[in-house]
Design a protein around this ligand. Sequence first.
Ligand code: ATP
Length: 239
Amino acid sequence: MLEVQDLHAGYGLVEVLHGLTFQVPKGQVVTLIGSNGAGKTTTMRALSGMIRPRSGSIRLNGKDIAGLESHDVAREGLAHSPEGRRVFPTLTVEDNLTLGAFPRLTGSRPKGDISADRDRAFALFPRLKERRSQLAGTLSGGEQQMLAMGRALMLKPEILLLDEPSMGLAPKLVEEVFRIIRQLKEEKVTMLLVEQFAMAALGVADHAYVLENGRIRFQGPAAQLKNDPAVKAAYLGGH
Ligand code: ATP
């Protein structure tokens, strides 16, 4: 369970998030929607320690992780698959996956069987299995995106943050990404999702928050927001 209370964060002197309060209950999928620049990516960055929150609390299973460095946040079990394709280009697919499990080995969480988890990632992403020895930098954009997701999953996270997992992908691969998100949901992986395809995100999510200028404007069950005419007109572009 992730509980965010009155979170303020930004860059330099500019505050972008003006006091966000929201929750991601265990086993659920929550989506943040909102127009460009609303603060979705900034929220993800503040949660994962990529930027330091100014104030507020971020509790993961009761423990306040606000202000921890990102590697310590990962050790607590929060995995972030960031916007863009953040893989280690000069390492193989397999080594990229293995590195995803690293924070788990140094933290207090169960260490588990890494090679079994890698096999599970390969089962989820068969393309990665075919290319397990290939250098990550030579993968296609879509494959790198999948590797970034696979690597985040190797943490066996308490919560998985997915920032625009379908960005830049061909329509068929977008479908594939959503199929995987659905499968993870069935496996009860707790997720916070930001997606350009807001309708698709609302289709898979349990609950949604609408962000506007760094503040939560609406929230509710995803199915309800999906059919709300005001939300549709303002944020969903009629899709
Ligand atoms: P999008 O849908 O376009 O990705 P978003 O909701 O994810 O938008 P953010 O990326 O969180 O929005 O940006 C929120 C605000 O913070 C914007 O005004 C943006 O210009 C600003 N911002 C983002 N990153 C930085 C940065 N590294 N330095 C300074 N300002 C930034």
